[in-house]
Ligand binder design. Structure first.
Ligand code: ADP
Ligand code: ASP
Ligand code: MG
Length: 454
């Protein structure tokens, strides 16, 4: 498409699409960027996805009706806050939400899904279907030509229900086919975040918080100029600003730094967001819908070499497996066997640390943990540990920071804490430690003060 490099993908998260002030800000931002051909991606209204997950697991009729009523109320409150009472807009929107809720009830009773996981994804997808409809009507009501588009027509995924991944060729083809004609006709597409569809047309979800990833996939598929993630804080901070009061806004991050931050706990970006952006070399900007004047955080190829810690992130719940086998550890094929078992049991590894006689791995997801442990214990001693969390220090070339390790150890020792595991990658960008979950809140501000504030 001619001029396609001008396209701008703007993703608005849950709080941004829910609060009347930020909804007005969305229209303002879209209007002032019309020249740049904006493509909007939206999350569900705040709290709706949680309710849908609950609905999907509910079996009792009364409970189902209560949850549906709660979902209806959330949307009706939005409609009443945004469209004047008794206006045709208000009435049409209510009718459309009722229609979706009826469809949802039908789906709850349907038996034609390929699996219970497929059914779950189809139910949970309704949050974005409803919010994208509402936001598109709001834009139209504000004289912006906009049209809602379901991502099931654009993002084509594998069958990994619950956390599907996109298929590149199919997604490029379908995204271009469905998005570009709207853009060419000066219509702003308002696309559902979080969801996609298999080649057979079954709805999938991309994992919780996945609308950031949706925006990046769409940006990649159509070759956008920039992917903007609009959220409820000023950008990416040196630590979660809601937990660490002196956290600093980071002006610029390399793709790799942002990916590590997201992977190791910074909720502001879904962990997989960076991957499509880097593949197509599209800058990502994180911005605040509640503070439009702020410049946000720019994420691109540029890496600075100042050798310092840029951010501290943490995850509170990090399962760990210690595997030891004094006789066999260095024997040929041992690690291969360990990883084959983990993979067969749908367990993905996050961190790894190995010594002469043992290997410790932290897990991204627990998969079929019991089976995996049984199989591992047939040829080694495998012990599962819970109650642990991880803290990561992230920054390009951080291992070159003078006295980094020494200062980390001193700090832990001063607090009477012991790292159960330490891990740093050869890419020299992330130093992670596993410690007791309950100690994380105590140590994070101290690490942050030591490596970022002072
Ligand atoms: P959205 O609904 O817009 O996707 P999220 O709640 O998923 O928003 O992500 C934004 C939140 O991420 C912020 O409110 C903040 O509390 C949290 N967060 C965690 N770590 C960081 C960080 N390093 N920088 C900025 N925000 C962070
Ligand atoms: N609505 C989805 C969730 O709550 C996706 C998102 O908000 O990014 O997980
Ligand atoms: Mg999010």
């Amino acid at each position: 498409m001619r001029g396609s490099k001008r396209m701008l993908v703007m993703k608005f998260g849950g709080t941004s699409v829910t609060n009347p002030l930020s909804v007005a800000a969305i229209a303002k931002q879209v209007r002032s960027n019309l020249e740049q051909k904006p493509i909007i991606v939206v999350s569900a209204l705040s709290g709706v996805t949680d309710l849908l997950v609950k609905l999907s697991n509910a079996s009792n009729k009364g409970e189902i009706q209560d949850i549906l009523a709660e979902i209806r109320l959330k949307h009706q409150q939005w409609i009443d806050n945004i469209f004047s009472q008794n206006s045709p807009c208000n009435q049409n929107a209510s009718a459309q939400i009722d229609f979706y809720l009826e469809e949802l009830e039908d789906i709850m009773q349907a038996h034609d899904f390929s699996s219970s996981l497929a059914r779950h994804d189809s139910i949970v997808a309704f949050g974005e279907k409803m919010s994208s409809y509402l936001i598109s009507r709001y834009l139209v009501n504000n004289k912006i030509q906009a049209e809602r588009l379901l991502a099931t027509k654009c993002i084509i995924t594998n069958n990994n229900f619950g956390g599907a991944d996109f298929l590149s060729d199919e997604t490029i083809l379908h995204s271009k086919k469905n998005i570009l004609p709207l853009v060419e006709n000066e219509i702003v597409p308002v696309i559902t975040g979080f969801i996609g569809a298999t080649v057979n047309g079954e709805t999938t979800i991309l994992g919780r918080g996945g609308s950031d990833y949706s925006a990046a996939i769409i940006g990649y598929a159509i070759g956008a100029k920039e992917i903007q993630i609009w959220t409820d804080v000023d950008g990416v901070f040196s630590a979660d600003p809601r937990k660490v009061t002196n956290a600093r806004l980071i002006n610029q991050l390399s793709y790799q730094e942002a990916a590590e931050l997201a992977m190791f706990g910074a909720k502001v970006l879904h962990p997989r967001t960076i991957q499509p952006a880097v593949k197509a070399d599209i800058p990502v900007r994180v911005l605040n819908t509640f503070n439009l004047d702020n410049h946000g955080t720019l994420i691109n190829h540029d890496a600075d070499n100042t050798h310092h810690v840029k951010a501290v992130t943490w995850r509170k719940d990090v399962p760990l497996i210690n595997i030891s086998s004094p006789d066999m550890f260095l024997s040929k094929g041992f690690l291969q066997r360990v990883f084959a078992i983990l993979s067969e049991n749908n367990i993905s590894v996050n961190m790894l640390s190995a010594s002469e006689v043992s290997v410790s791995v932290t897990l991204d997801n627990v998969g079929n943990l019991e089976d995996a442990l049984k199989q591992l214990n047939e040829f080694a001693v495998a012990e599962y540990r819970s109650g642990l969390g991880s803290i990561s220090l992230v920054g390009e070339k951080i291992m070159d920071t003078p006295l980094l390790m020494q200062n980390v150890f001193n700090l832990l020792e001063d607090q009477g804490l012991k790292a159960e595991m330490l891990s740093y990658s050869a890419s020299n960008i992330n130093l992670s430690m596993v410690i007791a979950s309950e100690s994380i809140e105590k140590i994070v501000p101290k690490l942050h003060d030591q490596f970022i504030i002072s």
